[in-house]
Write a protein of this length. Structure first.
Length: 333
């Protein structure tokens, strides 16, 4: 016969009360069924757990030993059920979050700090990837969510715009252009230019190339690089100038200055992306929290006048706050 949890609950109640009547009342049952449960347990174990007569009930040595393990088993069973419920609600679990290096300067750290306070049961595993890598990682389930620059149609993925930041020109402080408050795209015609690569830095490559094409600029591309921090390092080394997102100023390279661009569409969007087949409660809980968090940050930033180039703002299709309010992410197919 298999010993069930109910047998253990009955045994523990009698062991703690040392009275069948009180134990039965504690379990909201009558005494005869309780006595029967104890008998079944003793038969299953082939042990006598209680010495009992008409005047008293006491545990046998075997009963005392069995009591401690029975209490531990019942506690573990309760903990297991509670843990399973927390996982089912999305209160516990693990989320693998992809992010671009630039989003790691401010967006991702702010999100993690807020999540640690509000979702303490969810462990976040970080993976730094360029946007193209994140798309593939989402498709293969290597990551659950991605903070990326979404530009191209991707079947099976959903996107929510969470931030927008201006593009700025990075140059040496000794560059004559640094004396200007704003830089026009045409001012870069023929200038040595450190460009994002069309593979690893596709989003910025296409966006910057579009700005140059619209202004009729023939840029002198001297290097093609994937990552923003390497591009700014090359600017510092005097290799050329570069157009980078405003958040690159967080890198604090000495001798490198940044100036806003005077051009239409001189900004970069950041999206939160996930698989449309997302089915993990913890990931879904974290996703909803992230969308709400970014919407709150965007709302606060829209009322501030300090350092606007760092602020998240409305994207061309929808702002983060709009996305949170409607809960209808775009599906770029």
């Amino acid at each position: 016969m298999i010993v069930e949890l109910n047998h253990l609950r009955c045994f523990v109640a009698v062991a703690e009360e040392l009275h069948f009547g009180r134990a039965a009342a504690r379990l909201f049952m009558t005494q005869p069924p309780l006595s029967r449960q104890i008998q079944i347990l003793e038969q299953a174990l082939d042990l006598v757990l209680f010495d009992r007569n008409s005047r008293s009930v006491r545990l046998t040595p075997a009963g005392r030993a069995y009591y401690h393990d029975a209490v531990r088993i019942l506690r573990l069973a309760t903990q297991a059920a509670d843990s399973a419920r927390r996982v089912a609600r999305g209160d516990e679990g693990q989320v693998t979050l992809g992010f671009t290096a630039v989003s790691g300067y401010y967006l991702m750290p702010q999100l993690l700090s807020a999540a640690r306070k509000n979702l303490p049961g969810i462990k976040v595993v970080l993976k730094e990837m360029v946007s193209v890598q994140q798309v593939k990682a989402l498709e293969t389930r290597e990551i659950d969510l991605g903070i990326m620059r979404a530009q191209f149609a991707t079947k099976g993925l959903a996107f929510c715009p969470v931030a927008r930041e201006p593009l700025m020109l990075a140059m040496l402080a000794t560059d004559p252009l640094s004396r200007r408050r704003r830089i026009a795209a045409k001012d870069l015609d023929g200038a040595p230019f450190v460009m994002y690569s069309p593979e690893g830095g596709r989003y910025f490559h296409d966006r910057i190339a579009g700005l140059f094409a619209a202004a009729g600029v023939q840029a002198d591309y001297v290097q093609f690089i994937d990552q923003t921090h390497t591009i700014v390092a090359l600017v510092r080394a005097g290799i050329g100038v570069a157009i980078v997102p405003a958040s690159a100023r967080e890198l604090c390279f000495s001798d490198v200055v940044f100036r806003p661009l005077w051009a239409t569409n001189a900004y970069a969007n950041i999206d939160l992306a996930w698989s449309e087949e997302l089915d993990d409660p913890a990931v879904e809980n974290f996703r909803r929290f992230a969308v709400a968090h970014f919407a709150a940050v965007a709302t606060l930033d829209s009322t501030s006048t300090t350092a606007p180039e760092h602020h998240a703002a409305q994207s061309p299709s929808a702002s983060a706050s709009d996305a949170a309010a409607t809960s209808s992410p775009s599906k770029r197919r």
